[in-house]
Write a protein that binds this ligand. Structure first.
Ligand SMILES: [Zn+2]
Length: 238
């Protein structure tokens, strides 16, 4: 009998906890969060998606959020938290869920912790995508898209054979306006400022697990799974 194998399969079958993915834009967090949720068959949640859903379905919260978003303003915490509360009480969240990019502040994290407690969950397991901001900046500002087929390249990490031309169809490559340094840099700086206290908060609680996001997608996936499973073994043993 192989106990390790047995355990691995068992863990993959059920998540039974709240997992939070924390990391700057461009660190590959969204892709990994989605993949983990898919593997465990649990919902992948983001407050952005939730807001769009509420608005599309015309729920009371959606009706409140709509004019605020249309004015291009930030939806207030009180509304976001109400939405989170409703969402995680849905039946589909009973086997666990993966939150992508929430909570964003210590205040949200404290409220979220209370909420989880009331739903019978522990504090979330936080997967922190640690990465050098200079590298993220290169990843985003180096991104180029083919105007014909939409293929994605990177002038630093995945250059084309002919500069400025797609390898597949010779299409002209362009940079998305949002990927320009003057847009990305302040966004990354704001993220770092906002997130540092949150990272410290979860670290103090012993819930934070660092993942080196500079590594390949496959390596990061392997590490994420290790974190999720390793944590399970720890709490199961105590
Ligand atoms: Zn192309």
């Amino acid at each position: 009998m192989d106990k390790t194998m047995e355990k691995a399969t068992e863990h993959l079958g059920s998540l039974h906890r709240a997992v939070v993915f924390l990391g700057p834009p461009g660190a590959g967090k969204g892709t990994q969060a989605k993949e983990l949720a898919r593997m465990f068959g649990v919902p992948h949640l983001s407050t952005g998606d939730m807001l769009r859903e509420c608005i599309a379905h015309g729920t009371p919260l959606g009706l409140q959020a709509k004019p605020i978003m249309e004015r291009g303003e930030l939806v207030p915490d009180s509304l976001v938290l109400k939405m989170v509360k409703q969402r995680i009480q849905n039946a589909d969240c009973s086997a666990g869920f993966v939150f992508d990019g929430f909570p964003r502040t210590v205040a949200q994290a404290q409220y979220f912790g209370e909420l989880l407690k009331r739903c019978g969950y522990e504090q979330p397991l936080v997967v922190h995508f640690a990465i050098d901001p200079a590298l993220v900046l290169k990843r985003i500002t180096g991104r180029r898209l083919c105007k014909i087929g939409g293929e994605i390249y990177n002038i630093f990490e995945r250059p084309t054979k002919v500069p400025g031309r797609c390898d597949k169809d010779g299409g002209e490559l362009e940079q998305r306006p949002d990927d320009r340094e003057e847009i990305v840099k302040p966004r990354l700086e704001a993220y770092a400022r906002q997130t540092a206290p949150l990272v410290a908060y979860y670290r103090r609680l012993g819930r934070l697990h660092d993942v080196d996001a500079a590594q390949s997608v496959e390596e990061v996936s392997r590490r994420v799974l290790e974190v999720v499973q390793g944590h399970d073994a720890q709490s199961g043993g105590s």
